[in-house]
Design a protein around this ligand. Sequence first.
Ligand SMILES: Nc1ncnc2c1ncn2[C@@H]1O[C@H](COP(=O)(O)OP(=O)(O)OP(=O)(O)O)[C@@H](O)[C@H]1O
Length: 574
Amino acid sequence: MDDDWDENCDVVQPQHQPTIQNNFSNYDVDEGHSLSRGRGFPTFIEENGSNYDDFNKGSNSFEERRGRGGYGYDRGGRGRGGRGTRGGGRDRGYENGGDNFDDGERGERHERGERGRGRGRGRGGRGFRPTGDGGGETNEEAGDDKKTPVTYVPPEPTENEDEIFSSTISSGINFDKFDCIAVKVTGENPPRAIESFETANLRNYVLNNILKSGYKKPTPIQKHAIPIIMNGRDLMGCAQTGSGKTAAFLLPIINTLLQDLRELVVGPNGCAQPQVVIVAPTRELTIQIFNEARKFSYGSILKIAVAYGGTAVRHQGDNISRGCHILVATPGRLHDFVDRNRVSFDSVRFVVLDEADRMLDMGFMPSVEKMMDHPTMVNITERQTLMFSATFPEDIQHLAGRFLNNYLFVAVGVVGGASTDVEQIFHQVIKYEKQNTLKKLIEENDGKRILVFVETKRNADFIAAMLSEQQMLTSSIHGDRMQREREEALHNFKSGRHFILVATAVAARGLDIKNVDIVVNYDLPKSIDEYVHRIGRTGRVGNRGKAVSFFDSDQNFNNASTTVDQGQEPDEEW
Ligand SMILES: Nc1ncnc2c1ncn2[C@@H]1O[C@H](COP(=O)(O)OP(=O)(O)OP(=O)(O)O)[C@@H](O)[C@H]1O
């Protein structure tokens, strides 16, 4: 069924047509997609890390600028096999600005156990996630944790009400234009969309928390998803980046838990039986959803817990064992707890896959299957299964069907379309000019918050170190960094302490960071969907954003068959 619930609106056209700067004659647009939706550049594999040797040479200078030694950065860790020993690695710490440099003395670093065991794992180590997404996630969540406990205990979540409610990005001038996006609802007997939060039959607790969050009216995905979920239906929801999908599932779930309160069960040996299990592909996104769940259930009796890799298992385990209504987790750490009989699915009422297309692709599918087919998992007809993403390729939609029961499909706008509030600019830049072009771009946008995406972890290090050396306040985040470092880097960027964050795809999906002015694709991503997610870190909730993508026609298009140098590490996706 098509649900054109606002007949006065046409389908919204992008605010910005992509701008292509310099010679663009070699740019070969895939006819199947429209660039205006942020889709359509050809698939390619980019050769990378060309200046790595320079980085090696220059590394001492970064180490010399080390300061308090708080957050060491270790380089040897992504090895396959042999390189994975600690001794031979070059420790090259930075968290920029001369603040947090590792002193290069491997033995002196905190958390050395974590990193020490983290190396030499790489591809094929445990084979839990073939694509190695999230870096350390692949490895430390079971095997490595068992061998040597990770010691990092993240800061306790805040209890301060103002801080809890401060995470929302203020909606921008184009927020009302969301209502002009066509919505398609497919499936049997969809309930009517709501028009306002006040008329959605939400409990007062929930309504108050919505108001405290500064939400005045629901976004289109919320208008549809809230009644669908409150009516007990399964849902696959697609809507553009930054359009409020998290609240679209959290609000009705929390409302249902409060409406129909069920006893919190903790089985023998502290085996928690969460009523809601939410899984997401990265640790930082998991933390973010956890904080959002705390926000929307603030003041209620609901208990929310989180589980993600790179952190001390016992700490999280103890929290979980006290019982939780909602457990937000990365799949690896979730299964770690399930395998240890610390979590079971006997009491599950809702299962949510956030970034569902990612969760159902080859890398994560085995762990999703393991969860859904687990002997303790309640029957498909007795739980609600919800899936959300901005992108949802059709083949993955088909795969998803097996986990869903008589579900509704809601598509706000074009499935996989880029945010219409992001201005897309392409710069033709030859490989050797990329660094200078980036520096220039940063200088020209002094004071703006810039998120730079690169393809490999190695390049993330290199670019971050290079910018740091130029006194440009920079953090980096990727799968080879310790969890403490990752959280610190994100915190520095969010708080405005550092204006630049260099990231691999680990930061491409879901992260909701205020005031990201520009996203730079220093290296183009390998897929259109990843491009859509990356540029979606800006231009959120009706705010305008800008994405600048560097492309080298030789490298990106003419040499589309060029593979990553096998001498490097082709598994360095994140
Ligand atoms: N109804 C609303 N009114 C105002 N702000 C909202 C509303 N709903 C959500 N937001 C805010 O919009 C921002 C983006 O929401 P969210 O992170 O859920 O987007 P998303 O659709 O999940 O994006 P992505 O696809 O990138 O994961 C958040 O800061 C959230 O607090």
